[in-house]
Design a protein around this ligand. Structure first.
Ligand SMILES: N[C@@H](CCC(=O)N[C@@H](CS)C(=O)NCC(=O)O)C(=O)O
Length: 234
C-alpha cells in the first residue's frame, strides 16, 4: 500500500498544509488505496518539505506534483485523461497560480500576522513536547518568514498581499464559472485548488481572504463544499 507521509490533521481539516491536503484529495480522486503516516519530522523528508510518499514497491518520492506524475505513470491513473493538450496546459497554469503564489499569500498571514500566529503555532506545534516546544515554533516561524520574503510575497504590505491573493482567487472563480469542477469533470487541478482553498474557506481563522471569498466569490465556497462532499464525506 502507498504510504503518505504528511503532517497530522489540524485546524479542523484533514491537513492544515495545502500541499498535504492536495495530495490526499488527489489519492481519493484517483481511487488509489493509501495509508497515512503522520509526522512532523521535516528532517526525514527527502526535500525537507511535506508531503512525500513511499510507494508500494518501496520507491520514495517527494513533492506533490512529482508524486502525482509518478503515481499516474506507475498505477495507470486516468483522472486527467479527459483533458486535451490545451486543458493540460491550463491545468498546469492554474496549479502554479494556486501553489506558487496564492499559497504564499495565505502563508504570509498565517505565520507573520500576530492575530493568526497563535492558531498556526497550535496547529503545527501543539503536540510538541518540552524542551522542543520552547524554541522550535519560533525557529520555524523565522524560517517561514524568510521563505515568504525570498519568494517576494513577504516584501509587500498586508493590504497588497490581500489584493494579490484575491486576484488569484478571482481568476480561479472565473475559470470555474458555473461548472461543478474546474474542467467540468474532476481532474488534478481540483485537488490542488481544494488543498489551497479549503485551507481558507473551512478554517476558523478570520484571514482577510475568507470573508472576501464568501462575499465576492460564493461559487468558490460552493465548490469547496462540493469537493468535500464528493471526496471527504464519511
Ligand atoms: N512543491 C512542494 C511544496 C511542499 C511544501 O511547501 N510543503 C510545506 C507544507 S505546506 C512544508 O513542508 N513546509 C515546511 C518548510 O518549508 O519548512 C509540493 O508540491 O509538495
Amino acid at each position: 500500500m502507498i504510504k503518505l507521509i504528511q503532517f497530522p490533521p489540524a485546524l479542523g481539516l484533514p491537513n492544515a498544509s495545502g500541499f498535504c491536503l492536495k495530495l490526499e484529495t488527489w489519492l481519493r480522486m484517483a481511487g488509489l488505496p493509501y495509508e497515512n503516516v503522520y509526522s512532523m519530522n521535516l528532517g526525514r523528508a527527502p526535500k525537507g518539505k511535506m508531503p512525500y510518499i513511499v510507494d508500494d514497491d518501496g520507491t520514495t518520492v517527494a513533492d506533490s506534483g512529482l508524486i502525482i506524475e509518478h503515481l499516474t505513470r506507475r498505477h495507470g491513473v486516468r483522472l486527467d485523461s479527459h483533458l486535451d493538450a490545451s486543458g493540460r496546459a491550463q491545468s498546469l497554469l492554474l496549479q502554479r497560480t494556486l501553489e506558487e503564489h496564492a499559497y504564499w499569500c495565505v502563508l504570509y498571514f498565517r505565520w507573520a500576522d500576530e492575530r493568526f500566529w497563535p492558531a498556526t503555532r497550535a496547529a503545527f506545534f501543539g503536540g510538541m513536547r518540552a524542551p522542543l516546544k520552547w524554541f522550535v515554533p519560533d525557529l520555524a516561524r523565522k524560517g517561514m518568514l524568510q521563505q515568504v520574503k525570498s519568494v517576494g510575497v513577504g516584501r509587500h504590505s498586508p493590504d497588497e498581499i490581500t489584493e494579490m491573493g484575491m486576484r488569484d482567487i478571482a481568476a480561479i472563480a472565473t475559470v470555474l464559472g458555473d461548472k461543478p469542477f474546474l474542467f467540468g469533470q474532476p481532474s488534478t487541478a481540483d485537488a490542488s485548488a481544494y488543498g489551497m482553498l479549503a485551507n481558507v474557506v473551512f478554517v476558523d481563522l478570520d484571514l482577510p481572504f475568507k470573508s472576501r471569498i464568501e462575499r465576492e466569490h460564493p461559487s468558490i465556497v460552493r465548490y469547496c463544499e462540493r469537493m468535500r462532499e464528493v471526496y471527504w464525506r464519511g
